[in-house]
Design a protein around this ligand. Structure first.
Ligand SMILES: [Zn+2]
Length: 302
């Protein structure tokens, strides 16, 4: 019976939702998928800089699904502080929600037992909750879609601007939005780019090894170690991600203009990306510093 009641409550009946605390702020978390810290730094995004100086932080996971689960638990990319117990770091990170949300007395034990930010914000603080995601691996049928009033997989993987008209706030309740943005994800394509012009990488073995694998075909060339990556291609791909940040910065500027003034904004990434370093490309089954190194910035909307 309790399960049924809980389901009815989470079915969106406004009267079942608690009244939000006075002055509670909107919270918008923008995740620029796969964005490396140094791509942000090289792009020097002006709109994003209004939130404050970008921090170099570390993702808890190397790819999209576990990283977003971690983010929705409320744990933002970490600072990797030495000589600190994990439990103490988590507690301190949750205390930060006091400032982010403008709600007093935030602490880790309040998000128990779900340890899921949308659940806490919606069912305990009375928020409206929404998500728009670009990556199919985060689609609405996954476990991530829990206690969201709306949750949408965007039609295109790389069009943050299409999210802006759908971003709604309720005057009577604060809102939480998760925006997963795909322009910074491979193939680092802007929405107006013709897909036939996207760079093609079919797989590590098919593409990154030089086509000429047979030493006999080299006609006496020096037996240098084989080039595993096309380095020019890697530089081009990294450049495309930097260009994507420059473009996204313009969309972020429009987002800032649109957000209510009492909105706390976090912009970060779910993981980094490898562009040929130590013979790695991309993210996921990669053990490398660059796949965990992410940008992080937060503050009240400028
Ligand atoms: Zn991702």
């Amino acid at each position: 019976m309790r399960l049924i009641c809980a389901r009815m409550q989470s079915g969106g009946e406004p009267s079942a939702r608690p009244q939000p605390p006075q002055g509670a702020r909107n919270l918008v978390v923008v995740v620029l998928d796969s964005l490396r810290f140094d791509s942000w730094v090289e792009a020097r995004p002006a709109a994003l800089a209004q939130l404050g100086p970008v921090q170099r932080r570390w993702s808890y996971a190397t790819w999209t699904a576990p990283s977003h689960y971690n983010l929705l638990m409320g744990l933002m990319p970490h600072t990797s502080p030495p000589e600190v117990y994990a439990s103490e770091y988590y507690k301190e990170d949750f205390r930060r929600y006091g400032e982010r949300l403008g709600v007093e007395g935030m602490e880790f034990k309040k998000v128990l037992p779900s340890i899921f930010l949308p659940t806490y914000l919606r069912n305990t603080l009375g928020y409206r909750t929404g998500a728009m995601v670009s990556m199919p691996v985060l689609n609405p049928y996954t476990v991530l879609n829990r206690d969201f009033d709306s949750y949408e997989l965007m039609p295109a993987h790389n069009d943050m601007a299409a999210m802006l008209p759908k971003l709604a706030f309720d005057a009577a309740r604060p809102g939480f939005w998760l925006l997963n943005v795909g322009e910074t994800h491979y193939p680092y394509a802007l929405p107006d780019e013709d897909p036939s012009q996207w760079p093609r990488i079919s797989g590590v073995h098919g593409v990154f090894k030089t086509l000429d694998d047979d030493p006999a075909d080299r006609d006496g060339a020096p037996t240098e170690p084989e080039e595993f990556f096309d380095r020019a291609k890697m530089r081009e791909l990294h450049g495309r991600q930097i260009e994507a940040v420059t473009y996204i910065d313009g969309v972020i500027g429009r987002l800032f203009d649109q957000l209510p003034s009492n909105t706390w904004v976090i912009v970060t990434s779910d993981h980094g990306e490898l562009f040929g370093e130590d013979r790695y490309f991309g993210h996921g089954p990669v053990m490398h510093e660059k796949v965990l190194e992410v940008p992080y910035v937060e503050g009240l909307v400028p």
